[in-house]
Ligand binder design. Sequence first.
Ligand SMILES: [Mg+2]
Length: 117
Amino acid sequence: MKSMKKNIATVAKEAHQNAVEHGWWDEDMRKIRSFGDFVTLMHCELSEAYEEYCKGHTPNEIYYQKNGKPEGIPIELADCVIRIFDFCAANQIDIEKAILDKMEFNKTRPFRHGKKF
Ligand SMILES: [Mg+2]
């Protein structure tokens, strides 16, 4: 699969557009699912990443099923980000701005936030 450099906002819009084109937003899911439902679905992808770890896959390993479907920890992490991007685009959240704003703030934090862990 060809990889192209795109900004985060563009990728978020494309994640949502693909979900729309595949019928996931035929109804306004914001009226059907609670915020907790969306967060749970995001978290499920992290649990799937953990399952891949439990199966013995290394964090950077991507493997493919016979039908070409990619699998592995990186793919489950990608699924989580895709779900987050889809939610953000559906709710007019500028996730690129949020990420950049938070990263800038994080630079101002004290070493380990003053904590041991
Ligand atoms: Mg998944």
